[in-house]
Design a protein around this ligand. Structure first.
Ligand code: ATP
Length: 525
């Protein structure tokens, strides 16, 4: 038995329960976190991981159960209380203001006020000590995702926590940034700090974590030493059965222009604000039957590209975007959808769905103008075809296995991964000829991710053109027929999947083109 298991528990959770309506999101959970361990919290989407850690951080209150901290029962009524006890949290969604500096952002989160110069000094010191270099005077909006995350972690470490909760910390990092983060976490562990680590990336859990607790449907279904498991056995424990592998028949080998369903021609766009990236002469053609992947480190123009191709930002030149042969550059998103295209943005809450509206209302909002016949009834005075809307919502929920706590809950009440499944399902349900999707499986568990990827490949093979923007290189390898790389607003020539290697992608992601002799996977920052 490892030494840390003999160590006194730092945190003990006994019978912790949280109920939303009829749903037990956490059902009598027991968990012990020892001093000096990295403890993984695993579970499929909606298993109750976020609910549990929100109770530990004082953002939600349990209905029943007890939390013991350093051997004493505690009631954690709010995050400030958690911080005072020594519990810090780094959230999955960054909570920094773009227009403020790193030091100003940190100042906002501190419970006691300190002079800005003092905060900057301490942040710099902690950053250096833990291998997380930051510039306290830099504006957050100018920083890469990896740099922003360093600020979040430094901000957490400034409070000198004994337990650090990390919710999916690597989903937005390059492999190199993730390595750096692991080194920091190992160092914290060596100093006797404890870490509760939520991740859907099972390989990194195996590499980093000492122990894992697995949740399913709100209950603890097992504990294990992840180093002794395989990624497949961990996934099986989470989901309860084996995860399918995406079946990918080769795409039809056609070169005829008529097969091009989606085309971007010399698309250039000036930066739309101080924190936006210019697009430089981007061209790409996606054919019927294929999946084209766009790899790249976040912040290299992917969001601007998505906005331009989806019609959120219009182009001066009509033929900059062509959908099924028709010029669409000056058309808005609804008109592009009417031409048979569908778009799934990266941000699911607020962009992909309206948080306070029910799933069926969200479905209606996105489809009433493109599917009038299906969802509107009556003559001039239109009314919503509630029955058809409910049937469509149910169909999507069943097809994508969306788990939820009520019949038609507000979008904000779904776990992150389940909302993602719903949004993707909503677009797949239209069987679009062209589908552009940004980060399709961000925060989605292994089983659901395989389901979504298979659905994208199947849609392509049924004759649609699919464009996937993703930071997850494994995902792109699994589903793409060709892969291009976006770097500093430029898009590389797409390579057939047979010719793509991780090294080539790494070099292109770092902005190195041509035949570099000395291969060193580039860091894009
Ligand atoms: N505010 C809320 N109101 C109603 N139901 C909720 C609320 N928050 C979460 N739930 C439900 O509780 C369950 C657990 O959600 P939770 O966010 O804890 O899952 P998770 O394991 O973190 O999932 P993911 O991996 O997708 O983030 C889900 O079924 C979710 O729909």
């Amino acid at each position: 038995m490892s030494a840390y298991l003999n160590a006194q528990p730092l945190l003990e959770v006994c019978g912790l329960t949280k109920v939303f309506g009829q749903l037990k999101a956490c059902d009598t959970i027991d968990l012990i976190i020892a001093k000096g361990e990295i403890h993984a919290l695993l579970g499929e989407n909606g298993a109750g991981k976020s609910t549990l850690v929100k109770m530990l951080f004082g953002a939600l209150q349990p209905l029943e159960g007890e939390i013991r901290w350093k051997d004493k029962p505690v009631v954690i009524s709010q995050p400030a209380m958690a911080r005072r006890l020594g519990i810090g949290m780094v959230f999955q969604h960054f909570s920094l203001f773009d227009s403020l500096t790193a030091a100003e952002n940190i100042a906002l989160s501190l419970d006691k006020s300190l002079p800005l110069a003092e905060i900057a000094r301490r942040a710099r010191e902690i950053g250096q000590a833990y291998g997380l270099p930051i510039d306290p005077d830099a504006h957050v909006g100018d920083l890469s995702v990896g740099e922003r995350q360093r600020i979040e972690i430094v901000r957490c470490l400034l409070q000198e926590p004994d337990l650090i909760i990390l919710d999916e910390p690597t989903s937005v990092l390059t492999p190199q940034e993730a390595d750096r983060l692991f080194a920091t976490l190992e160092r914290l562990r060596a100093e006797g700090k404890s870490i509760l680590y939520i991740s859907h990336r099972l390989e990194e859990v195996k590499r980093l974590c000492d122990r894992a607790t697995v949740l399913r449907h709100g209950k603890v279904v097992g504990h294990c030493d992840p180093r002794k498991e395989t990624a497949a056995s961990l996934a099986r424990m989470m989901v309860g059965n084996d995860i399918g592998i995406v079946a990918r028949k080769p795409a039809r080998a056609t070169e005829t222009a008529s097969d091009i369903l989606f085309e971007i021609n010399a698309l250039s766009q000036k930066p739309r604000g101080p924190f936006s990236t210019a697009l430089k002469n981007v061209s790409l053609a996606v054919r019927a039957g294929e999946v084209v992947g766009i790899a790249g480190v976040a912040g290299n123009g992917q969001s601007e590209f998505f906005e331009a191709v989806s019609g959120e930002v219009l182009q001066a030149e009509p033929s900059a975007v062509r959908i099924r042969g028709q010029a669409a550059g000056r058309l808005g998103i609804t008109q592009r959808r009417l031409m048979g295209a569908a778009f799934v943005p990266e941000e699911r809450l607020g962009h992909g769905a309206v948080p306070a509206l029910s799933l069926s209302d969200n479905l209606f909002l996105s489809r009433y103008s493109t599917d009038k016949k299906a969802f509107l009834r009556g003559g001039i005075l239109k009314r919503i075809a509630q029955n058809a809307l409910q049937i469509a919502t149910k169909r999507i929920v069943e097809r994508m296995d969306v788990r939820k706590s009520a019949d038609s809950p507000p979008a904000s009440a779904l776990s992150g991964g389940n909302l993602q499944k719903f949004i993707i399902g909503r677009e797949l349900d239209r069987t679009p000829s062209v589908l552009v999707v940004n980060q399709p499986t961000w925060g989605v568990d292994a089983g659901a991710a395989a389901h979504i990827r298979q659905a994208l490949v199947d849609l392509a093979r049924s004759g649609s053109a699919i464009l996937v923007i993703s930071q997850d290189l494994d995902e792109l390898f699994e589903i793409s027929d060709r892969i291009a790389v976006m770097n500093h607003g430029m898009l590389s020539e797409p390579m057939p999947i047979e010719d793509v290697t991780l090294e080539k992608l790494g070099l292109l992601m770092g902005g190195i083109t041509g035949n570099a002799q000395k291969i060193e996977v580039a860091d894009a920052h």
